[in-house]
Design a protein around this ligand. Sequence first.
Ligand SMILES: *[C@@H]1O[C@H](CO)[C@@H](O)[C@H](O)[C@H]1NC(C)=O
Ligand SMILES: *[C@@H]1O[C@H](CO)[C@@H](O)[C@H](O)[C@H]1NC(C)=O
Ligand SMILES: *[C@@H]1O[C@H](CO)[C@@H](O)[C@H](O)[C@H]1NC(C)=O
Length: 254
Amino acid sequence: MKLMFRPLFFLSLLFCATQTFGVRIQSIPEVNSDGVIQTELQKTVSLVCQSKGGIETQDDEELVWLRNDAVVILTEGNKKGNSSVCVSPVIHEDNGATFTCRLSKNATVMASVTLNVTYHPELSGSEEVVVEEEAELILRCNIWANPPVSSVSWTLNGSVVDLFTDGFLLTNDGFTSQLTAHRVERSLHEGTYQCIAKSPIFGYGETTKQFSVTVKDMTMKVPLWPIIAGIVVVCLTALLAVISRWHKIRKCCK
Ligand SMILES: *[C@@H]1O[C@H](CO)[C@@H](O)[C@H](O)[C@H]1NC(C)=O
Ligand SMILES: *[C@@H]1O[C@H](CO)[C@@H](O)[C@H](O)[C@H]1NC(C)=O
Ligand SMILES: *[C@@H]1O[C@H](CO)[C@@H](O)[C@H](O)[C@H]1NC(C)=O
């Protein structure tokens, strides 16, 4: 009996000790054992900080909140004893943000939590692309996600793009997956493309974007500047004609 009593006694001592000093953060959704709160874009995270002092003495300890290193502005009634902040809606920039609560008069008494915002790549819809024969075709897909996508694939008319025989180049910098054809040929490159990004999170599944690529005949390249200069001269002449005419009209009226 005695043996069982001991650990309990120590536990309650420990409990008392952590209760006497410090601050504690409670949140919805809950903080995991690594001090991380799992959330998603557009969701709401609410955090409550309590000074863990004895009820009589430290109940009115003033609290300070920091988001990363910036002080969060709190209203007067939201500082003493306990203080709440709300992140709503959660945005991309909140991913990895650390919220710290500390005593105003003793910065070493603090607690903090970090947000882990998961999101899938913003891929959707369909884009019409017209490209000239022998020009360069570039298709880009945003694959920025947390956690990173597990795979990105490209299809043309429903079958996986053949990088080796069809003159494609595929690059991926972690933010964008880019499919390039340096010298477009209608027979090889016209059709419906899709980029498909897979998330390792089960519920997120696949996101896709479609491109309808039309290859048109090569047009003769005409130098542009002489044309623009010509248009400007014509416009100016017309304007001058109108102005001189305007003078005549005004003279008539007088
Ligand atoms: C701040 O709190 C720590 C931990 O409770 C304590 O050791 C330290 O003496 C305090 N400092 C001041 C200035 O009160
Ligand atoms: C964030 O959440 C994702 C998905 O659950 C997980 O794979 C990743 O390890 C988490 N990152 C951190 C820093 O906790
Ligand atoms: C893809 O399909 C379209 C429409 O059926 C066709 O015109 C085009 O030639 C096809 N592209 C390739 C590369 O087979």
